[in-house]
Design a protein around this ligand. Structure first.
Ligand code: GAP
Length: 513
């Protein structure tokens, strides 16, 4: 299936099964803003719990906070967001559509990369087992020519961004003959910088002084609370502060469903370290975070690191963890070495000393920071992209859509299904629900045939269904059906909780970290 089709199917599935709805849909929606439905909210909460517990429970030196969305406006001057949180935008004069200039150029490079990959795949097929990909990439003339093209565009593009040379950014678009996907023309405006922060007014008078921003990242709430947490928690370096919360960005090109939203949620952790040790911690956190992703069992080959070509205004090293989504490898998480930029600037802008007294070196200094920052919504998309499966049931030839979600993240863990609505089966099923519901999110369903009920549970990714039948009433056993294999076993009711706990608990994931 073409990747576009897969993506469309995932979006439709999310709506049909109560995972994600367009915000304010009855008013024709609000662009790039989404609501999570009954199953989406559960899945999202499980993702957040997996992250929060991995940070705060598994690390004695990481604590969590929950800071406000609104912050003093000086915060965003100190952080550099007022001056530098911009995207370069460009308009096509014929279609009147607006694009991010950097995204147009990156997509152009991806297309050339696609040609290389096709060439490699063709050769791999032709040469079979004897194929040496490295040698092929180093010697094939067409591959080399295309690689050279990518390298030279990239070098010029990075230089233009670093020097804020917006004229050259436009010239690259023209030289590469990048056309508007709507009008097909290369009739472009100049490139302009566009600040991504939303602003609003605090209080009733709209004066300049009262302008405040909706935070574009949660990190600053952590920085301004560094001393509060360090002192009240008697924290010793190195230590981390974690936070989950909403962030807002007026994205120019908000598209690709929940990949790029205007209101989204971040899970960020700032790890404060002694200056000079930041690179060691940067590599440490890259490894730890990759492990966290891979422990979900969605396929190690679907992840890769990507070093940043152009560093953000606060970073001295940065890499993304990318996941192979239907539209290709895309950023899910960033790991950034932010130096002492933020704390140092808050010290300067607030006039308050923000330093740590190190009892070992007997010095006071502004700590350095390594940040891990992941979007909850992007993580959600990652999980959905990996889970969505269409398959043919071998026994019946029937098609089924099943979400092969990591069991610990599934919205519903157990579906309790009486075979029929009579003979005391619903009562027995309710009895089981009433004992299991304290530990697991369960769903009771008695309408329609068992087959139809199984399909509905497959579609929301429920790892286990149990059926209560005549035999249950006689010997207190139920059939348990496994979502992925569709195999069924007969088990005693008093063993259910143990079986489930073994397979759906987050503990199993944590033990892999
Ligand atoms: N504090 C650092 C920071 O905010 P970022 O790379 O701009 O860094 C971190 O964002 C993560 O937040 C990204 O890796 C992505 O998962 C998520 N994110 C950023 N912008 C987003 C958007 N418009 N919609 C959804 N998620 C977004």
């Amino acid at each position: 299936m073409a990747s576009d089709d897969v993506f469309k199917k995932i979006i439709a599935h999310c709506k049909e099964y109560g995972f994600i709805f367009q915000s304010s849909e009855i008013y024709d929606g609000l662009s790039a803003v989404y609501d999570y439905g009954q199953n989406g909210a559960e899945l999202k909460n499980n993702i957040k719990q997996y992250w929060w517990d991995a940070m705060t429970k598994l690390n004695e030196n990481i604590v969590g906070i929950d800071s406000a969305i609104f912050m003093h406006p000086r915060t965003w001057e100190a952080s550099g967001h007022v001056g530098a949180f911009n995207d370069p935008l460009i308009d096509n004069k014929d279609s009147k559509k607006r694009y991010r200039a950097d995204v147009l150029i990156e997509e152009h490079m991806e297309k050339i990369e696609g040609k290389i990959n096709k060439e490699v795949a063709k050769a791999a097929k032709r040469f079979g087992d004897s194929f040496d990909e490295k040698q092929f990439r180093e010697t094939n003339q067409r591959v080399l020519a295309n690689q050279e093209k990518i390298d030279s565009i990239k070098a010029r593009f990075v230089k233009a961004l670093e020097e804020n040379d917006l004229d050259d950014v436009k010239q690259i678009i023209i030289d590469c003959e990048i056309s508007c996907p709507i009008s097909g023309s290369i009739n472009w405006t100049d490139v302009r910088q566009f600040n991504l922060m939303f602003s609003t007014q605090l209080g009733s008078v709209s004066e300049e002084a009262n302008t405040i921003y909706l935070r574009p990242e949660t990190a600053q709430g952590i920085f301004v609370n560094f001393l509060n947490v360090q002192k009240t928690g008697r924290m010793k370096l190195p230590f981390g502060i974690a936070q989950i919360g909403k962030a807002f960005r007026n994205e120019i090109v908000a598209r690709q469903f929940i990949f790029r939203m205007r209101e989204f949620e971040q899970m960020e952790m700032q790890f404060f370290v002694r200056p000079g040790t930041e690179m060691e911690w940067y590599h440490h956190w890259k490894d730890v975070r990759m492990k966290w992703h891979k422990a979900l069992g969605m396929g190690d080959e679907k992840y890769r690191f990507r070093d940043h070509d152009k560093l953000a205004h606060y970073a001295n090293a940065a890499a993304d963890i990318e996941f192979n989504m239907p539209m290709g490898f895309r950023e899910v998480e960033g790991i950034h070495s932010r130096t002492d930029f933020d704390l140092g600037n808050h010290e300067k802008f607030s006039g308050k000393k923000i330093q740590y007294y190190d009892p070992e070196t007997q010095e006071s200094y502004v700590p350095y920071v390594v940040e891990t920052s992941i979007g909850v919504d992007r993580m959600f998309l990652t999980v959905m992209s990996s889970a969505y499966t269409e398959e043919t049931v071998e026994a019946t030839g029937e098609q089924r859509v099943v979400l092969k979600l990591p069991p610990a993240l599934a919205p519903v863990k157990l579906a309790v299904l009486p075979l029929t609505k009579k003979d005391g089966m619903p009562e027995k099923a309710r009895e089981i629900m009433d004992t299991m519901k304290f530990d697991f999110n369960c769903q009771y369903e008695e309408k329609d045939s068992i087959g139809k009920r199984y399909r509905r549970q497959d579609a929301i990714g429920t790892p286990f269904c149990i059926t209560i039948d005549h035999q249950t009433l006689e010997d207190n056993t139920v059939t348990i059906r496994h979502r992925d294999t569709m195999e069924q076993d007969r088990v005693s009711i008093d063993k259910l909780a143990g079986i489930l706990d073994d397979l759906v608990s987050m503990k199993k994931l944590f033990q892999k970290l």
